[in-house]
Design a protein around this ligand. Structure first.
Ligand SMILES: [Zn+2]
Ligand SMILES: [Zn+2]
Length: 296
C-alpha cells in the first residue's frame, strides 16, 4: 500500500512567495515493518554485498554508556538503508552506480553519542554480489537496531524552517505568527520541512542547524538523507501523517500504543530523545567526502 502525505492545508507559495526560491524536493521513504529481500530497497533489511568485500566492522573505542558494547571485540555494522536507483532516482548516484547502502555501528560513539554510519555506493549489476542477512549483534540496545522494513517512497516539497536565510525568516516572522493565530497552522511545524525518514530536502533539525564543511574543498556539504526516530510528533502529525494511516475516527493519538508505534516509529529506532541522524556528502568532490551529525 502506498503512503500519501495529504496536500498542505494552505498554499504556502501563495502566502509566502519569499520561500519559493528555497523549495527543495524530498523523498519520504515511509518505512513499514515487512520482509524485504536483498534485491529490494529496504530499511534494516538484507543487503546485496560483494563476495570479495569483508563485512564492515567498527573498532572504535566506545564510550561507556547505557548503549555501549558488551565486550571489546570489533562490532559488525548493521544495515540501515539499502536504496536502488529505480526506487529513488533522486539520489545523487555517482556515475555507474545504482545502489546506496548505509550501515552503522549500533552503539554510542564519542561523536554525538549515537551510532556511527558508513555509506557505500555500488553497481548492483556486478555479478559477484550475494544476498547477506543482516548481522544482529547481541547485547546491544534495540533502540539502534532497526526492525526490517519495506519502503514506500513518496515525493514531497520541503520549504526550509531553521535553514531559512535569517533575513527572510525575520521578514516573515510576523506573518507566520499571524497565520498561526488565524488558522492554527504553524509554518515551522506544519508547513515547511517534511518529517520522518527521507532522502533530500532539508534536515528536520531538532536543534540549531549544523552543516558540516567538506574537508577537501572547504564548502558546505549537501544533505543526503535523514534517519529520524519518528515519522511525526505531537505537532507535525497534523500534516505529515499519511492519509492511509489516518484513523477513520478519532486521531492517531487515540490508537493503542502498539498500533500507533507501528505507524509513528516502524523501525523501532530511538536516537536520543526522538532525535535524528543527518547524513551529508560533498557532491562537488569526486571522492564524495561523507559526514554525519546528530542533534538528538
Ligand atoms: Zn562503533
Ligand atoms: Zn568538497
Amino acid at each position: 500500500m502506498a503512503r500519501t502525505t495529504p496536500p498542505r492545508p494552505l498554499d504556502v507559495e501563495a502566502l509566502f512567495p519569499e520561500v519559493i526560491v528555497h523549495r527543495r524536493d524530498a523523498v519520504r521513504l515511509h518505512p513499514r515493518v515487512g520482509n524485504p529481500s536483498a534485491r529490494e530497497s529496504s530499511l534494516g533489511g538484507p543487503l546485496l554485498w560483494p563476495r570479495a568485500q569483508p563485512w564492515p566492522r567498527c573498532d572504535d573505542d566506545h564510550p561507556r554508556t547505557a548503549l555501549s558494547p558488551p565486550g571489546v571485540e570489533s562490532i559488525p555494522l548493521v544495515p540501515v538503508l539499502q536504496l536502488f536507483a529505480a526506487d529513488v532516482p533522486e539520489l545523487p548516484f555517482p556515475t555507474g552506480m545504482d545502489l546506496l547502502q548505509v550501515l552503522w555501528c549500533p552503539f554510542d560513539h564519542e561523536y554525538g553519542y549515537v551510532p556511527r554510519p558508513e555509506v557505500f555506493w555500488r553497481d548492483s549489476s556486478l555479478i559477484d554480489v550475494e544476498a547477506v542477512a543482516p548481522p544482529r549483534p547481541t547485547g546491544t540496545h534495540n533502540d539502534y537496531l532497526p526492525n526490517p522494513c519495506v519502503l514506500h517512497p513518496e515525493r514531497v516539497t520541503d520549504y526550509p524552517n531553521w535553514d531559512l536565510p535569517e533575513g527572510v525568516a525575520d521578514a516573515l516572522e510576523d506573518r507566520f505568527e499571524q497565520l498561526e493565530e488565524e488558522t492554527g497552522w504553524s509554518y515551522w511545524s506544519h508547513l515547511s520541512v517534511s518529517d520522518g525518514i527521507k532522502v533530500g530536502g532539508y534536515p528536520t533539525w531538532t536543534q540549531d542547524p549544523f552543516w558540516p564543511t567538506c574537508p577537501t574543498c572547504n564548502q558546505r556539504m549537501d544533505h543526503l538523507l535523514t534517519i529520524n526516530s519518528s515519522e511525526f510528533d505531537g505537532e507535525s502529525w497534523r500534516t505529515w501523517l499519511p492519509i492511509e494511516d489516518t484513523p477513520a475516527t478519532g486521531t492517531i493519538w487515540d490508537l493503542p500504543y502498539e498500533e500507533r508505534t507501528r505507524i509513528q516509529r516502524p523501525p523501532g529506532l530511538m536516537l536520543g530523545d526522538m532525535g535524528g541522524i543527518y547524513l551529508f556528502e560533498c557532491l562537488r568532490c569526486p571522492d564524495r567526502p561523507f559526514a554525519y551529525h546528530s542533534d538528538s
